[in-house]
Design a protein around this ligand. Structure first.
Ligand code: GBH
Length: 480
């Protein structure tokens, strides 16, 4: 068990959000559209046709939301910058929007005035639409990396008080969901009933390569032009689910577990730490997987001051005996919630992909710690949806026992990884501060510790989990 006082007294914990999921104000103060504005307005792409037009209206509620964070005891808050709010057309020769800059400066000042450390994500999937129209966005590695570096520099220069920068959120999602399955913006894939353009056998691999180069250039820029005077840290945030073999007696299932982790995590982690893609990916994907030129490899290698970890769930993994499909992104395997013996990985939630399995969090922290030689970790997202939460009425809407249990057990699992296995976790940001626009799931699926009343002026009401997270950290963090 995780014991009282086992986290250090300066442990940074709090909540996370992302611009398109909470801000609303889609056309206010000169913001330009992103690929998510376009995508969410296409009928059929999101649940109930939800869009981020209004969302939680967080753009207009900075003070209220910071006060909410403070009342929850948060010491840190992770938000993302809407690129098209800061540079409406996105590119390196396009004008900067001073009102966009001002908004994020106010946010940082308000947080610091309340003793809350900002963690700022530069890119949480919302590419300026103009860059997609101009050169196909992530599919153009030369243009994308230069425009991303320029955007990052504008942010660094205008927000010197930020000490924790995250370049990209979950580049796996931007790549696979945006260009392979087509479930997320810009929705490209080989299936012509879903998308007029796209190639699910290659485009996600190209997008990932561009993202890695953009990340690397932003880090180089921060380190050479800002780090000495501003003193911050910078890194990328990667998603990753834990894996257990479907049949623990079958060495091919055991091997497939490792391969799944490599296809999902090391695809990005290995370039960032070692300057190359994993051998398992090269073996399966051959020439479809881009090669790093020697210059690119040098640029990308060693670009994490910390490992940003997003983690939610776990799967049983079954290897496939048939040759991999050309559009396979998993590593030629199947993901299951039940193993061969019939054990279930965890209870149902509202998200088809998410079942709580806290031991997986501890095990994945240890796996990452070994593979990447003991980096500093910040957990930049962890949380859960609750089955049928959107159907609740009255005070029941604020009572979320499954989420309470999720946070208690996951936070304890993290503390164990730190105390028993020496994993250097220095912070934890729960997903999410409030119910918000859950991408293709619209407003149906909810992850907030705060209830957002979309029918009544986006009024915020704490759920029980907000108090549970606070109590859990109060107990675990040492007083001295
Ligand atoms: C995070 O991703 C996001 O960063 C955040 O914006 C989001 O609100 C939060 O999760 C909750 O969903 O399409 O069936 O293949 C979480 C990691 C990885 C979860 C990809 C969904 C795809 C499932 N995501 N996964 S599927």
């Amino acid at each position: 068990m995780a014991t009282t006082g086992s986290l250090p007294k300066d442990f940074l914990w709090g909540y996370a959000t992302a611009s398109y999921q909470i801000e609303g104000a889609a056309t206010q103060d000169g913001r330009g559209p992103s690929i998510w504005d376009t995508f969410s307005h296409i009928p059929g792409k999101t649940a109930d046709g939800g869009t981020g037009d209004v969302a939680c209206d967080a753009y207009n509620r900075t003070k209220e939301d910071v006060a909410l964070l403070k009342s929850y005891g948060a010491r840190a808050y992770r938000f993302s910058i809407s690129w098209s709010r800061v540079i409406p057309l996105g590119g390196r020769n396009d004008p900067v929007n001073p009102l966009g800059i001002k908004h994020y400066q106010n946010m940082v000042d308000e947080l610091l005035a309340n003793g809350i450390q900002p963690f700022v994500t530069l890119f949480h999937w919302d590419l300026p639409q103009a860059l997609h129209d101009r050169y196909l966005g992530l599919l153009n590695k030369e243009e994308f990396q230069l425009d991303f570096e320029n955007y990052a520099r504008v942010c660094f220069a205008n927000l010197p008080k930020v000490k924790h920068w995250i370049t990209l959120n979950e580049p796996w999602c931007s790549s696979v969901l945006g260009y392979n399955t087509g479930l997320f913006a810009p929705g490209r894939c080989s299936d012509r009933t879903k998308s007029a353009e796209g190639d699910s056998t290659r485009e996600h691999l190209i997008a990932a390569h561009s993202l890695l180069l953009g990340h690397a250039r932003a880090v180089r820029c921060y380190r050479s032009e800002f780090k000495a005077k501003d003193g911050g840290m910078i890194g990328v945030t990667l998603n990753g689910d834990w894996t257990e073999p479907w049949d623990p007696e079958d060495p091919l299932d055991v091997e497939a577990c490792e391969r799944k982790l490599e296809f999902a995590i090391s695809w990005f982690g290995d370039p960032v730490y070692f300057g190359k893609y994993p051998d398992s990916m090269r073996k399966q994907l051959g020439e479809r997987l881009p090669e790093f030129t020697p210059e690119e490899s040098q640029l990308v290698k060693g670009t994490n001051d910390f490992y940003g970890m997003n983690h939610y769930t776990a799967n049983y993994i079954k290897h496939l005996d048939t040759p991999p499909a050309d559009d396979d992104h998993l590593g030629n395997l199947e993901c299951h919630f039940y193993n061969k013996a019939g054990d279930c990985i965890g209870p149902e939630t509202q998200s088809v992909w998410l079942r709580p399995h806290p031991e997986g969090f501890r095990k994945l922290l240890i796996w990452l710690n070994n593979r990447y030689n003991g980096p500093i970790f910040f957990v930049t997202e962890n949380g859960t949806s609750v089955k049928d939460e959107h159907l609740k009425v009255g005070d029941d809407r604020f009572d979320d026992p499954l989420r309470c249990e999720y946070f208690r057990t996951y936070i304890a699992a993290m503390a164990r990884a730190r105390n028993e296995s020496g994993v250097d976790v220095r912070g934890y940001l729960a997903w999410s501060l409030m119910d918000n626009f859950e991408w293709a799931e619209g407003y149906v699926t909810r992850f907030g510790v705060t209830y957002t009343d979309y029918e009544n002026g986006q009024k915020r009401t704490p759920k029980r989990s907000a108090f549970v997270v606070k109590e859990t950290f109060e107990e675990l963090i040492a007083k001295e």
